[in-house]
Design a protein around this ligand. Sequence first.
Ligand SMILES: [Zn+2]
Length: 105
Amino acid sequence: MIFEAELKNGRFVVPECPKCQKLVWPPSDSCTRCFGNTVWRTADEPGTLVEYSAKDGKLFCMVEFENSIRVMGALECDKAPAVGQKVRVLSCGFDNSPRFTFSPE
Ligand SMILES: [Zn+2]
């Protein structure tokens, strides 16, 4: 899928349906509403930190983009994170599953 190939190239893209403007998530080549082909585009940044947790000295988080797409990943920040703050994709990749690292804006 294009989603995975783009992630491997460090690009976070999302599928949007050109017919009904639906952002399809989980990512798919076809729209879950009208079954048309989706178009891939870069996700709008920044995202919003929805929740986070600490494990083994590392931070993990859930980030929401465009009020609809939620992605999990690692969080890198100097000071304590706060739910609701804006974060950007620091890096991304694909290794059996999507890998994201976020950092505060
Ligand atoms: Zn559609």
